[in-house]
Design a protein around this ligand. Structure first.
Ligand code: NAP
Length: 422
């Protein structure tokens, strides 16, 4: 392919490949980016500088990202009179990995959401949300540093595939009648109705992803979060399919809590990964009271939505939380907050969410050293109390810096960190 959206593909970069379940990453990969609307412009500018500096600091010119702009949101609407050009979808499909700033959700019907479209087209079935504490960030709990979890949330089923009928409609009445006549189940006649499907396929591939990730990255446990005591055939089944998967595919490396009690005297054997499950309500208590007992989590769609925001809030970092949507052979990395339009083009907004998503992307592609540089640069800058307005207003003795100045501090800190380590 030579162009998408009439924008020529850069000639100095190469396309990433995906073979036998692995990405083959050239030293000069072309990575499409969507700048994003509103403050997306501010944060993308700052994040791109940090990404380039991190790659340069880590690899001294041996590697380089060739960024390639693709369009969505307001910019696409202005240029092409559509919020999401088909070429943008095709470009992301072609180059496999992309990163995006936040996009305005247009008010009014009939507009395809980029995330929903890409989730469907590329089957991005895993939503990946790591949550960790950065020393110095104001947090509402006493020991925020105990929280360090990686949440894998199912991204295609459960309420995302939910079917609903509004109360009082003929459709709702028909379902209620069907349930009573055909299934022998009584539902109050003035009810709205919702169906949440969860499949063996969708659940197992998500849990498989979490287990593989945990094994490859040296984690100690994977916790399946569910409300299986009430929703036995969806959430309870999610848990059961997870244990079944562990027996079928990971029997030599994974142990369950039951096995640890019955066979191993209460101790997880050296080198084994512990697979456990927790009821959703108890999970919310436990991430507050015993956060250090949780490591990797695998969740159905709705539970994951709730727990990832709760965990992020606990480390004070909802505005700093990174995320990605991953499928087999595709990944879309993104800032998790919105466009915060009132701060657009003012150079004040906190760019950490997008920067940390970029760090996730580099780690995902095997460019671990670049990811470390970004995280180290951000951590040092926050420790020096040089922060954007949102953190400055909550931190005592902090210096308020602009988005661009924050990026400059991160770059000089990552360079100083690398020089000290060499
Ligand atoms: P928002 O853009 O996330 O902003 C809400 C508030 O959160 C801001 O006013 C600001 O609070 C704070 N905030 C958000 N990002 C921040 C950052 N990087 N640094 C510092 N503070 C930050 O939510 P919204 O106003 O509800 O949504 C605006 C637009 O974004 C809507 O069109 C929505 O649909 C869209 N949206 C897009 C995505 C996405 O693309 N993934 C996600 C969510 C929303 P203070 O004013 O208190 O400083």
């Amino acid at each position: 392919m030579t162009s998408f959206n009439d924008n020529p593909v850069p000639e100095d970069g190469a396309r990433m490949e995906y073979r036998d379940g692995r990405y083959v990453v050239p030293d000069n990969p072309i990575i499409p980016f969507i700048e994003g609307d509103g403050t997306g412009r501010d944060i993308w500018k700052a994040a791109r500088r940090v990404f380039d500096a991190a790659v340069e600091t880590a690899y001294g010119g041996k590697r380089r990202v060739v960024w390639y702009e693709v369009f969505a949101g307001e910019k696409a609407k202005n240029k092409f009179d559509t919020w999401l050009p088909q070429d943008t979808v095709e470009a992301i499909k072609y180059f496999r990995i992309a990163i995006k700033g936040p996009l305005t959700t247009p008010v009014g019907g009939g507009i395809r959401s980029l995330n929903v479209t890409l989730r469907q087209v590329l089957d991005l079935y895993t939503c990946w949300r790591p949550v960790r504490y950065f020393t110095g960030v104001p947090a509402p709990v006493k020991r925020p540093e105990l929280m360090n979890v990686i949440i894998f949330r199912e991204n295609t089923e459960d309420v995302y595939a939910g079917i609903e009928w509004k109360q009082g409609t003929p459709e709702a009445a028909k379902i209620i009648e069907f349930l009573e006549k055909e299934m022998g189940k009584k539902v109050r006649p003035d009810s709205g109705i919702g169906i949440k499907p969860m499949s063996v396929t969708g659940s197992k591939r998500l849990i498989r992803y979490a287990i593989r990730y945990a094994l490859e990255n040296g984690h100690k446990s994977v916790t399946m979060m569910h409300k299986g005591n009430i929703m036995k055939f969806t959430e309870g089944a999610f848990r059961d399919w997870g244990y079944e998967l562990a027996r079928e595919e990971f029997a030599d490396v994974v142990v369950t809590e039951q096995e640890v009690t019955e066979k191993y005297n209460g101790k997880v054997p050296e080198g084994k990964l512990l697979l456990k499950d927790r009821i959703a309500d108890s999970m919310f208590q436990q991430v507050l009271t015993r956060p250090d007992e949780y490591d990797v989590m695998a969740t159905p769609n709705l539970n994951g939505d709730y727990i990832s925001d709760a965990c992020s809030a606990q480390v004070g970092g909802l505005g700093m939380a990174p995320g990605a949507n991953i499928g087999d052979g595709y990944g879309l990395f993104e800032a998790t907050h919105g466009t915060a339009p009132k701060y657009a083009d003012k150079d004040v907004i906190n760019p950490s969410s997008l920067m940390l998503s970029g760090a996730m992307m580099f780690r995902f592609l095997g460019w671990k050293e670049a990811a470390d540089c970004i995280e180290d640069g951000i951590a040092r800058t926050i420790q020096q109390k040089k922060v954007t307005y949102d953190l400055e207003r909550l931190m005592e003795g902090a210096t308020k810096v602009k988005t661009s100045e924050f990026a400059a501090c991160i770059i000089s800190n990552m360079q100083a960190g690398k020089a000290a380590a060499d």
